[in-house]
Design a protein around this ligand. Structure first.
Ligand code: VG1
Ligand code: CO
Length: 543
């Protein structure tokens, strides 16, 4: 075994987006592409002697190859120890959990999350810091700067590690330990939730369907839901992670999880349905013939949090991303705790969680989590719901409609215009920005604009500023239209339009969502000229 220094030249565009660096697999397959990025991460970290690194991914195509490369580079960089998931597999929440539990310096997650996989799909890499969370922007920016000047990387020429065999081996001076991807995570879940109550629920004939979408959460769900909680075999479907996710889009929303939606719409539907995404950090919650919007899910969990053992002491605060509906704000108000509004992306929750300002966090994009780790956590949300269902004896629909009665309903929908021309999307946003100053006070057809701005965020803990995080147009009646461009796509640009309307009156809580939001969709079109700029009369995906 020996370590070599390889000359290299920078690749343009290695700037991490909302959640790491994501590109087509073919881009990552270029000689030196992954190596350059990983070396830039290590250079940013400095001396790693004596330190532990956690490594794993969602099992998508190119995962195993990338794991072996990173192991050889970590060894060349002098890490004392690398903990790698068996088969190269670790869900994003499991990486966060393992980093924290084993006092690691950080971790590398190989995933493009909800983006499709396979040879023609996407690949991604993300660095997480010692608190278990995604690196904040100052770190990702430093990594990006480094990628622009990199001239060589260091790598060991050691043979591949057998990723299937649990236990330690050695590359150079580095101990590489293949760990059970589920064990640490399962142990944490057992401490947070009332597993006895959930076991009794299943023993009493309660039925559920968890769709692993052939992505990383299958093994976790099988071990915990079927294994520890005693749900019947077959409760978890599409449970085996596949390199191409079975050709599907591992994005747990009603559009992409069509199979589960169909199961939950049948006359003999199970009581509860759930799905997770590529890397296991998202969750979709369904009742019988009933979808729960992620924003409502956050609010319901917050309102009932003390029913789960891990949150018995109550919540310190709630945090949500700016485009997420304000359902959680009402719960925070009722509980007398703060509600923080952050830019999109879980990295913005890290400081609030570390400082003990927030306990629960959520995003409208099927992301929910808490201070138990520093990532959003799909299965955690599912177990939280199971805990509530078990303890209250109510159905999903009952819990949500009672919630609306108490707090009012925040109708909510996101309209995505995917793969539009980048230039046109940028111009749409630029022209919106120019309009902002003139919008305030305007009557846009039964809606008067109370506030129109481009969201800026100052982190209340370290004062870091993130600007231009999304254009929001807030009406005097509390309705909102928000526009932003995605930072996770790999083809052209994706415009996201978020619509929200608050309805206090229970007599109007049963409208079809798109109908309830139609006037706001018209306003979005009127203000932004979406059809003109994008050439699209309708969104690609509506959730
Ligand atoms: C999207 C979501 C955002 C989420 C991010 C990562 O980002 O909108 O809420 O944090 O994906 O999720 P964007 O920039 O495309 O809107 V995951 O599960 O793909 O890591
Ligand atoms: Co994800």
């Amino acid at each position: 075994m020996s370590i070599t220094t390889v000359n290299t030249t920078p690749f343009p565009g290695q700037r991490p987006g909302t959640s790491g660096l994501r590109k087509k697999v073919a881009v990552f397959q270029q000689a030196g592409y992954l190596e350059n990025f990983v070396q830039s991460v290590f250079d940013t970290l400095g001396d790693c002697g004596g330190k532990t690194l956690v490594l794993g991914g969602d099992g998508r195509f190119h995962n195993r190859v990338a794991v072996q490369t990173i192991l050889r580079m970590a060894a060349a960089h002098g890490f004392a120890r690398v903990l790698v998931g068996q088969g190269g597999i670790l869900s994003t929440p499991a990486v966060s959990c393992v980093i924290r539990k084993h006092g690691a310096l950080g971790g590398i997650v190989l995933s493009a999350s909800h983006n499709p996989g396979g040879p023609d799909g996407d690949f991604g890499i993300k660095y997480n810091i010692a608190n278990g969370g995604p690196a904040p922007e100052n770190v990702t920016e430093a990594i990006f700067q480094r990628t622009a000047t990199i001239a060589h990387y260091r790598i060991s020429d050691a043979a591949d590690i057998d990723l299937n065999r649990l236990g330690p081996s050695r590359i150079e001076q580095t101990e590489v330990t293949v760990i059970d991807p589920v064990a640490d995570y399962a142990e944490l879940m057992e401490r947070l939730f009332d597993f006895d109550a959930i076991r009794q629920l299943f023993a009493g004939g309660f039925r559920m369907c968890f769709d692993g979408m052939h992505a990383v959460s299958g093994p976790y769900a099988k071990a915990i839901i079927e294994g520890q909680l005693g749900a019947p075999a077959g409760t978890v479907i599409n449970a085996v992670p596949l390199e191409d996710f079975g050709g599907h889009h591992p994005d747990p929303n009603p559009v992409n999880a069509a199979q589960l939606i169909e199961i939950m719409a049948a006359d003999n539907a199970p009581d509860f349905g759930a799905a997770s995404d590529g890397d296991g950090d998202r969750n979709m919650i369904l009742g019988r013939k009933f979808d729960v919007t992620p924003s409502d899910s956050l609010a319901v969990l917050a309102a009932h949090a003390t029913l789960a053992p891990g949150y018995r002491a109550g919540l310190k605060g709630i945090a949500r991303s700016m485009p997420t509906s304000r359902a959680a704000d009402r719960v925070a108000e009722a509980l007398g705790i703060p509600c923080f509004e952050t830019p999109t992306g879980w990295k913005f929750f890290g400081n609030l969680l570390d400082a003990g300002k927030a306990t629960l966090c959520g995003e409208e994009s099927y992301g929910t989590g808490s201070d138990h780790i520093r990532e959003k956590d799909g299965l955690w949300a599912v177990l939280f719901w199971l805990n509530l269902l078990a303890v209250t004896g109510k159905s999903v629909e009952q819990l949500v409609s009672e919630h609306w009665k108490r707090f009012g309903r925040n109708y909510y929908s996101r309209h995505d215009y995917e793969a539009v021309e980048t230039e046109a999307a940028n111009e749409l946003m630029a022209s919106l920005r120019i309009k902002l100053a003139t919008l305030k006070g305007q009557d846009l057809g039964h809606h008067v604009v109370a506030l129109a701005d481009d969201f800026d965020y100052t982190d209340p803990v370290d004062g870091a500023v993130a600007s231009r995080q999304g254009i929001r147009i807030v009406m005097t009646n509390g309705s909102r239209v928000v526009f932003r461009l995605s930072g996770t796509g790999t083809e052209g640009a994706t415009l996201r339009v978020y619509l929200e309307r608050y309805e206090p009156d229970p007599a109007f809580h049963q409208l079809p969502t798109q109908q309830a939001l139609y006037p706001l969709a018209l306003i979005a079109e009127q203000v932004a000229g979406i059809a003109d700029w994008t050439g699209r009369a309708h969104p690609t995906v509506t959730t």
